[in-house]
Design a protein around this ligand. Structure first.
Ligand code: B12
Length: 131
């Protein structure tokens, strides 16, 4: 998990890490200002089941372009990718934004601002077939 691009918003990332660890999820947090390559290398090094990307500053679409394709190139094409935060600039229709990230960029799940961490953690457990 980490915050992608030149984004320095650190608080949500910290909260997500605490929430995941509280539920017993082993997390590796690469922090703010992380590149696509940073995420992918960390996922490979730690044999991760999922990548959680935060993007708050509004540059999510630009910062995540080609992320799934890079995972495929590095042989982790099937890894679960979740993204959340303020993914686009301003107030756009959420359904439209969700489609950009889930259908266009082939991320498994995109979350709207103010999603409670528990919702995504439940999805993670379901997607990974954990009890
Ligand atoms: C504090 C703050 C800053 C601080 C950050 C300090 C720090 N080191 O963290 C400073 C002053 C540095 C800052 C700078 C900027 N900021 Co600012 N900032 C905020 C502010 C007020 C609060 C962010 C925060 O901490 N929220 C609290 C946490 C708990 O919530 P969160 O981050 O949203 O995270 C939660 C959820 O989003 C979700 N989530 C997040 N990631 C993920 C990932 C997954 C997988 C899942 C499931 C869920 C999830 O779960 C988190 C925990 O509940 C917000 C406005 C707001 N009210 O959100 C603006 C805001 C994010 N900032 C904004 C902007 C524009 C900027 C600047 C570009 C301003 C500028 N012109 O310089 C710069 C960008 C700098 C950069 N390179 O990143 C905009 C973004 C606009 C957009 N996306 O449409 C916002 C929304 C303000 C606004 N309304 O315009 N900012």
């Amino acid at each position: 998990m980490g915050v992608i691009g030149s984004d320095v918003h650190a608080v949500g990332n910290q909260i997500l890490e605490y929430a995941l660890e509280e539920k017993g999820v082993d997390t590796v947090n690469i922090g703010v200002m992380s590149s696509q390559v940073d995420f992918i290398e960390a996922a490979i090094e730690t044999d991760a089941d999922a990548i959680w990307i935060s993007s708050l500053c509004g540059h999510g679409q630009m910062d995540c372009r080609g992320f799934r394709e890079k995972c495929i190139e590095k042989d982790i094409g099937d890894i679960l990718i979740y993204i959340g935060g303020n993914l686009v600039i301003g107030k756009r229709d959420w359904e439209e934004t969700r489609k950009i990230f889930e259908e266009g960029m082939k991320m498994d799940r995109a979350y709207s601002p103010r999603t409670e961490p528990e919702e995504a953690i439940n999805d993670l457990f379901n997607d990974l077939d954990y009890d």
